[in-house]
Design a protein around this ligand. Structure first.
Ligand SMILES: [Zn+2]
Length: 362
């Protein structure tokens, strides 16, 4: 990693350090100044005080566990290097005149891929790899991130396919923590100022927590709800921004699609509206499962144990498929997007058609 990238990574941790500082300060002030001094000692609501302290500590530990996985254990993920697709006859002819494709250097093109106006797939110059749909090259990290969502300065990392579930959980549990802070203070505020031994004053530390937690809880809760909506729509934050920008600037995208019955490939122009729902599956449940994982229970447990390893096959004789190389990072278009593309082909609404040499390996 070069020094510029290293510097960037150090700056990335400044805001998270501040966030954690505030969380630990608030936990101390809330437990000591509100739960112990007021609720436990003054009002003798022992079980409420102990219950609140326990919930806050559990939430703090949950957030730390999620954050460690989010930042260090998994990170946003890294798209495996994808060799060029076999679009033209680039094979080596053996003694019998038949063609043996150079398996280590190229792979059969998938049925669907995003391309340029000529049907060539998108290439990342820095990673020297093809980029599949939803992948975005992060300058900050220096490599391609599958299903890139955004860079979150509060947690200090890029959010991608690998840590998206953890990020959503982090935002959810953080909103819960902030809500508990201010709702508890507000519920006791009248009793505290009416209580003669407090001098009719709320402890200044509790006023600080109240001022901080109200706006931040609104912020995190709306962030959580928007990510639930993005999951429902199977869209990333970056895709939402791009759709808006492309609509405004009228930027078209192109996709290449293999019609399996004729064996022809078609290059199709896609409007921003067409691209908006390209990854969305028909069933809501499918969208949630695709983004958050198959096991419903694990959506709430702060351990993301999904396997992310990319399968490695170093056998040069074996023609690897894109699905095989990508493993966990594989992406599939939705049923409706497929129908839309097929309808465009039927209506001759395509830019060009060709036969890809590698399609014989499907
Ligand atoms: Zn890249």
């Amino acid at each position: 990693m070069d020094s510029k990238l290293k510097d960037k990574r150090l700056i990335d941790y400044l805001l998270p350090v501040l966030v954690w500082g505030l969380v630990f300060y608030s936990t101390w002030a809330f437990s000591h100044k509100l739960c112990y001094n007021q609720i436990y000692k003054n009002f003798k609501h022992e079980s409420i005080a102990i219950g609140l302290i326990c919930i806050i500590c559990i939430l703090d530990i949950t957030l730390i566990i999620i954050w460690i996985q989010l930042i260090w254990i998994y990170g946003p993920g890294r798209q495996p290097k994808i060799p060029p697709f076999i679009l033209i006859d680039n094979g080596i002819r053996n003694n019998f005149g038949s063609i043996e494709p150079t398996a280590t250097a190229s792979i059969p093109p998938p049925v669907f891929y995003e391309c340029d106006i000529n049907g060539y797939p998108i290439w990342c110059d820095t990673c020297k790899s093809l980029k599949i749909g939803r992948t975005h090259h992060s300058k900050r990290l220096g490599y391609c991130i599958p299903r890139f969502d955004h860079h979150c300065m509060w947690v200090g990392t890029v959010i991608g396919k690998s840590n998206y579930l953890l990020f959503t959980q982090f935002v959810f549990y953080f909103s819960c923590l902030l809500l508990i802070f201010w709702i508890s203070i507000v519920s006791y505020i009248k009793r505290i100022v009416d209580y003669p031994h407090t001098g009719y004053k709320l402890d200044p530390n509790l006023i600080v927590i109240l001022i901080l937690s109200v706006p931040f809880s609104i912020m995190t809760l709306s962030l959580f709800l928007s990510h639930v909506y993005f999951t429902f729509m199977n869209r990333t934050s970056l895709e939402i921004i791009n759709i808006k920008r492309n609509k405004k600037l009228n930027i078209k995208k192109f996709v290449c699609y293999l019609d399996k019955t004729s064996g022809n490939r078609y290059v199709i122009e896609m409007s921003p509206e067409d691209m908006a729902n390209i990854w969305k599956k028909r069933s809501i449940w499918e969208n949630f499962k695709e983004v958050l994982g198959n096991n419903f229970l694990f959506w709430f447990i702060p351990f993301d144990i999904r396997k992310r390893q990319v399968k490695q096959n170093n056998d040069p004789e074996c023609i690897q498929s894109l699905d095989y190389i990508l493993g966990f990072y594989n992406e599939a278009i939705g049923e409706d997007a497929k129908l839309l593309i097929e309808q465009k082909i039927i209506n001759s609404n395509y830019l060009k058609t060709f036969r890809a040499f590698g399609d014989q390996y499907h």
